[in-house]
Ligand binder design. Structure first.
Ligand code: BGC
Length: 330
């Protein structure tokens, strides 16, 4: 009996020892899995600050920049206002510079505020590349993006050709204060000024919002029923204009030329509500900007400004290639 008791005690003890060893290992393994990995070492740390983070156009710039960053071992942060907000954008740029990043990429929305801002950051030893919108008199090391004056000019020529030199035009622009929007409007006006039959009747701003673009379109149509053509100078404007035109069944009597090719723009182009759109190369801008910044940090000479391609496209030109500049993945 004593032997039996002794034997079962030994058995119990060895089972409990085995079990506790097993569980200790298991817990350690789980802990190891859930612990954050040690931070990866990158060659450079860059920040990309757009006008509006969650804008499909800027998401394509981000995609290009992230792809290049991955290929070249760069830590890239994409930060800025969720919705267009100039003060917030400037604050984000200042905060990024204060955290001593190796390079800053941003859209220089207006020369008055961005020229001194960029110069201050340059003095701190942080190189700045402007994307999409330039501040040419600042100490930025380079610009990459559309030639904005030219893109407005070709929009004007396309409208004049499509409407055989006769139209009452309204323009919806992203923001009055933004340099690239001003250049697009100026280019457009210069292109149509020699056509006596073309008049620019009204110009309103959308504040980078498709809802406001729609509201402004509605007001323009109410106040100026003679308007029979619209030009939307930033990515969401054409979409807002098209919505109202379709609602009032005016698509057969109203011509729309928009900017960019977001999924909604493509849908309206296919339906024939938007006649033409000016395309830019947002993916390319982001991708090349990272490579330019690296080249600069490696002591290589880089071009002062690089104009990515811009052209007017119609329904017959769809689908557009290369896809990476136009395909928004949600
Ligand atoms: C412009 C961007 C702008 C976007 C707004 C584009 O056409 O190039 O600067 O942020 O439209 O939706």
């Amino acid at each position: 009996m004593k032997r039996l008791l002794y034997g079962s005690c030994i058995l119990l003890l060895s089972v409990s020892v085995t079990l506790s060893i097993y569980f200790t290992f298991k817990v350690l393994a789980i802990e190891a899995q859930s612990k954050p990995m040690s931070p990866k070492k990158y060659d450079y740390h860059f920040v990309l600050v757009p006008e509006e983070l969650d804008n499909d156009y800027w998401r394509l710039v981000e995609k290009g920049a992230k792809d290049a960053a991955k290929e070249h071992h760069v830590l890239l942060e994409y930060v800025g206002p969720a919705q267009a907000d100039l003060k917030e954008q400037i604050k984000t740029i200042e905060r990024s510079a204060a955290s001593r990043v190796d390079g800053l990429l941003t859209q220089a929305l207006n020369e008055k505020q961005f020229t001194p801002l960029i110069n201050k950051i340059d003095l701190q030893g942080i190189p700045v590349i402007t994307i999409d919108t330039d501040a040419p008199k600042s100490n930025r090391i380079a610009y990459i993006g559309t030639n904005n004056y030219y893109s407005g000019f070709i929009a004007g020529l396309a409208l004049a050709k499509d409407l055989k030199g006769k139209a009452n035009v309204a323009i919806i622009t992203g923001r009055f204060e933004a340099s690239h929007q001003q250049l697009r409007v100026q280019g457009f006006k210069d292109a149509v000024k020699n056509y006596k039959g073309i008049k620019v009747i009204a110009i309103e701003e959308s504040n980078i919002s498709r809802v406001q673009a729609a509201e402004k379109t509605y007001t323009i149509l109410k106040e100026h029923p003679e308007v029979n053509a619209f030009f939307g100078t930033s990515a969401l404007d054409g979409i807002g204009i098209a919505k109202v035109i379709q609602q009032f069944h005016r698509e057969n009597s109203t011509y729309i030329i928009s900017f960019d090719v977001l999924p909604e723009t493509i849908a309206y182009l296919k339906e024939g509500v938007i006649e033409a759109t000016v395309v830019q190369e947002p993916y390319e801008m982001g991708y090349q900007a990272i490579k330019m910044m690296i080249a600069h940090l490696e002591g290589k000479r880089i071009a002062n400004s690089i104009y990515t391609e811009t052209k007017v496209v119609y329904r017959k030109d769809l689908p557009l290639v290369p896809e990476r500049n136009y395909e928004v993945r949600r």
